[in-house]
Design a protein around this ligand. Structure first.
Ligand code: TYD
Ligand code: MG
Length: 460
């Protein structure tokens, strides 16, 4: 009997070792090694996607870069403008896209919607998680008129999937999810590092050889990384992250890596009873409708991906009931909030160390753009002093450690967005004025260079 070969894999980064290790030498995580059975493919069980097309093995030769014809990449519109934008202008033939996100966020819904909406393409949706009936029920919620050439396959063995692929020849393949697949070449359980890696490699080969775009849905771990090895992200062409707060209706699709377009691009959806709906005017939906002016609410102009967006930042400052004040932020980095509080304390003399401070970005979205610093600071002071800031004012500037107001990138785009939405004033850094023509804008530009000037301008 042949000896079973096994190796130890770090479940966090995919590092392979012949013996068990306590600490991974590659990613420095502790206690992540798990033994997995591996078996190299032998001639007998090699039923991978055929590398021979028409019986002849293709051999690649080196060619001179200048002799290679530059082909303009053709892009396939997906019928979903937000997804097209995030992908960098549509689907690229032969590309492999990985979509990660928490359970229940709407990954399967997004993909099924794509399968049902894309025009005149034969789509195969492979599901290892749900039954045909479940998918049918979901499809009925999404659309009343089902598409003729959308096929569903409930299967988890890659070899069987490839057999069906050969017969059906779909033009787009969707796999829900990569962690449920298993390949006969590897004996470890589905979802383990070596299985995930092998199945992805097989699908990658299929995509490249048939120029079929493939979507893989991936689970994420507790700390938000895509489950399985990091190399999974290296192998695929595009990594998208589907995120949002499950209690809010808004969902954000972010590109983390994209070989065919800009990374950090962003698409916004709203989850309704009948599936996901594209949100093409995020600023208008993210601003809450309010009749009276309330303290602690300000508006910041941010840029997510290539898109300017106006969002509402809310702060609540109250006297702390306990010795240690509470600090919490939703949708904003807590460390950055603490830094801004320290700046306020030191540079402006606000006594915030005995106060609880809560921050919230409305709509359940996460913002990393430092340009909302000024908006956050204004919200904190507005709540602390209990004086409302006019809802016609918008902010776009970064705040430095010494209380200086710093310039932000693409300020013109932010100003135009604020102007379009009917704001009367926008606070920007005076260092941002270089190269922009003030007369071009109808909105009133208030330029500030120190944090104190902001308060004098706002609260007198
Ligand atoms: P799902 O796509 O199954 O999430 P994932 O594949 O990421 O785990 O989405 C499930 C959630 O979406 C579920 O809680 C119900 C909700 N939903 C709607 O609100 N409306 C709909 O039309 C659909 C299909 C789902
Ligand atoms: Mg799902």
């Amino acid at each position: 009997m042949a000896k079973i070969k096994s190796a130890y894999f770090c479940q966090s980064c995919g590092y392979e070792s012949a013996k068990w290790l306590g600490k991974c030498p590659s990613c420095n995580q502790w206690n992540t090694f798990v033994e997995e059975v591996i078996e190299k493919p032998t001639a007998a069980n090699a039923a991978v996607w055929k590398t021979t097309v028409g019986g002849t093995q293709r051999v690649n030769k080196p060619s001179k870069l200048e002799e290679i014809e530059s082909a303009t990449e053709e892009r396939l519109p997906t019928g979903d403008q937000e997804l097209d934008r995030v992908l960098g202008g549509g689907l690229v033939p032969g590309s492999v896209t990985l979509i990660g996100g928490e359970p229940g966020i709407g990954k399967s819904t997004l993909m099924l919607q794509l399968a049902l909406n894309i025009k005149q393409k034969r789509v195969l949706y492979v599901s290892g998680e749900e039954s045909e009936q479940q998918i049918k029920m979901r499809a009925e919620r999404i659309t009343k008129t089902p598409k003729a050439d959308c096929f569903i396959l409930t299967e988890t063995s890659t070899q069987n999937i490839f057999k069906q692929l050969e017969q059906l020849e779909p033009e787009i393949l969707i796999v829900d999810s990569i962690q449920t697949l298993h390949s006969a070449h590897i004996e470890s359980t589905p979802g383990s590092v070596s299985q995930v890696r092998e199945c992805t490699a097989e699908l990658l080969r299929f995509a490249k050889e048939t120029a079929t775009p493939v979507f893989l849905i991936g689970h994420i771990t507790k700390d938000g990384a895509i489950a399985g090895p990091k190399i999974l992200e290296h192998m695929v062409d595009t990594v998208l992250q589907f995120e949002g707060d499950r209690h809010h209706i808004y969902r954000i699709l972010r590109s983390i890596k994209n070989r065919f377009g800009a990374a950090a691009e962003l698409g916004i959806y709203a989850m309704h009873g009948s599936g996901l709906r594209e949100v093409s005017n995020p600023s208008e939906v993210l601003l809450s409708q309010r009749d009276e002016e309330l303290s602690g609410i300000t508006i910041g102009a941010t840029i997510e991906g290539a898109r300017p967006m106006v969002i509402e930042t809310q702060a609540l400052v109250s006297i702390s009931a306990y010795g240690t004040p509470q600090r919490s932020a939703t949708g904003f980095d807590t460390k950055r909030m603490n830094m801004l509080l320290a700046v306020l304390e030191k540079r402006c003399g606000f006594r915030l160390s005995a106060k609880d401070v809560f921050l919230n970005i409305a709509g359940g979205i996460k913002v990393e753009d430092p340009a909302i610093d000024l908006s956050i600071i204004a919200a904190i002071i507005s709540s602390h002093e209990d004086i409302p800031v006019s809802s016609k004012i918008c902010f776009a500037a970064e705040v430095g450690l010494s209380g200086e107001i710093r310039a932000v990138n693409r300020v013109e785009q932010r100003i135009l967005e604020a102007e379009k939405l009917g704001f009367e004033q926008i606070f920007i850094s005076s260092y941002n004025l270089k190269g922009i023509n003030r007369d071009k804008f109808k909105i009133n530009l208030v330029t500030v260079s120190k944090i104190e000037e902001v308060f004098t301008a706002l609260f007198g």
